[in-house]
Ligand binder design. Sequence first.
Ligand SMILES: [Zn+2]
Length: 264
Amino acid sequence: MTILGWARKRLLSVFAAAIACLFAGCASLGTYNPATGRSELIFITTPQEVDLGNDVHQKLLKEYRLSDQAAETERVQRIGERLVQVSDRKDYEYHFYVVEKDEINAFTTPGGNIYLFTGIMDKLTTDDQVASVIAHEMGHCAARHTVKKYQAALGYNLLGGVVLGQVGGEGARQIASMSSQAVMNLVFSAYGRKDEYESDRLGVKYLRLAGYDPQASVEVLEMLQRESDDPGGLAVLRSHPYLSDRIEVVKKEIQTAEESHSGI
Ligand SMILES: [Zn+2]
């Protein structure tokens, strides 16, 4: 078969899979994800996702400076490593960074890179609270929300990469050719409400399994709510909306976890 013929056949099978997915709800397609309990159609492989993450990291370093507070960075890495042990996703190496910026935010990029701004670190008073921010971000990694967001944003051009089996390479090239501003817009674009709830629930699970106090999640969300209500506050919370609903979701999740582990 010519390469063109092979590519056409591969493209047809991708479309056939996509159409089957529409009708079958993806139940029999994709890869089962233990974090979400669903099968997911992810075109970007883990090594390709890591490549994407490296490209985004280089772009981030042009826009932001990493904190030079070694003790604070080591603290975040120590807490992060403890949470990695209980993550549903361990097929890549996680990296934890503290970014010098007076803004109350944390975010995740493809490939397991988790960033906390110094602005949120200043508001977190305990290791459990730091852990709750990291555990939530780790939820986005494990549920593959992050890679799905990039997959969607890179869009139809990825299909060509699917045909050639070079999705991540193509995606990384697209990221590399985007302006820093465009990449930053992608980095800080919001997840959907369902994704936030799912990451909150996973965060509670990881905190509990790693021996941190899940109640710290409620404390952090309440802090975010106070800050977002403060008109003079520093908070840029558009990537973490629906705070009062999320507080209820987290409280319920903590209660459910306690009941199912109390031995009754
Ligand atoms: Zn989130």
